[in-house]
Design a protein. Structure first.
Length: 290
């Protein structure tokens, strides 16, 4: 009998163990399923089918909530488990491998099963109705011209976004830091003038560590739609030598002008042909609170 797999939401309010009976039960050897339903596409979860009898909750402070069979933390937004309401994975108890300690999505290799969403998947039926509810912008250029290059939303449709610039003109980045690996966040970085976000107030924001960035999750479905750049206190730059201060401030103001958006929530965007800059930085420095 090997050690159990351990996992947690990012803030640590929900923690779990998965009993493992063989040597393949290690974070480096997990086989996962990628579901193509609309909810899983926006979440980016990597699902690990688990016998419910092998799953044990080791801490639950009451911060988790559910949405269409998905269990996620209302503090940090981490999706932890799911029991799909439709599709090929319907009825299975699934754990998000991204929440397992030591799991690295950049080292999956061939241990991935792609699951195609059923045409009768209720998630997709509902999402089609949701997209019809997303506000349409008023044209700001010539008559009849739509300046929006991309539209998107969380799964429930309460929070939506419009980009006035194409992804081919923007950087797209993904890393596996402790929070991004759990959120499956793929960021693109338009300026604030190039983005319109509807109903920001329906998000909850998670900030941790230096609190230089805030991650905005939909309150209802938990999907990350955008992040907010706060940066360090401006007074911090007064400590720098004059020759460095100017360059540092230029970077600061450039970052402060950005409105990062999660590419996964954009409608009709296929990730496979995109040029995504990946950084395999890992979770060094991430420590769970006692």
């Amino acid at each position: 009998m090997t050690e159990p797999l351990r996992g947690n939401c990012h803030c640590g309010n929900f923690r779990f163990e998965i009993a493992s009976s063989d040597s393949s039960g290690t974070p480096a050897n997990l086989g996962v399923s990628i579901c193509a339903c609309s909810l899983c596409t926006k979440l980016g979860c990597l699902w690990l089918p688990v016998n419910p009898n092998d799953f044990a909750i080791t801490r639950d402070t009451g911060t988790v909530t559910t949405y269409r069979g998905l269990l996620f933390c209302k503090v940090c937004g981490t999706a932890v488990t799911s029991k799909h309401v439709g599709g090929p994975l319907q009825g299975q108890f699934l754990v998000n491998a991204r929440a397992v300690a030591g799991f690295n999505p950049f080292q999956l290799g061939t241990r991935v099963i792609h699951v195609t969403a059923s045409k009768k998947d209720p998630d997709d039926d509902d999402n089609q109705q949701i997209q019809k509810q997303v506000p349409s912008p008023m044209p700001v250029t010539g008559a009849g011209q739509d300046p929006v290059k991309h539209r998107g939303s969380c799964h429930c449709g309460n929070v939506s976004v419009e980009l006035f610039v194409g992804l081919d003109e923007l950087e797209i980045k993904e890393d596996n830091c402790s929070s991004c690996v759990r959120d499956a966040y793929i960021g693109t970085y338009p300026s604030k003038e190039q983005v319109r976000i509807h109903v920001r107030e329906h998000t909850f924001e998670y900030r941790y560590g230096s609190k230089f960035n805030g991650i905005a999750h939909c309150q209802t479905c938990g999907v990350v739609v955008f992040t907010t750049v706060y940066g360090p206190p401006i007074s911090l730059f007064d400590r720098l030598p004059a020759e460095r201060k100017g360059r540092a401030l230029a970077v600061y103001w450039k970052n402060m002008a950005l409105q990062p958006v999660n590419v996964r929530v954009l409608d009709g965007v296929d990730l496979s042909p995109l040029t995504i800059q990946t950084t395999d930085e890992g979770v060094e420095g991430y420590v769970l609170p006692p």
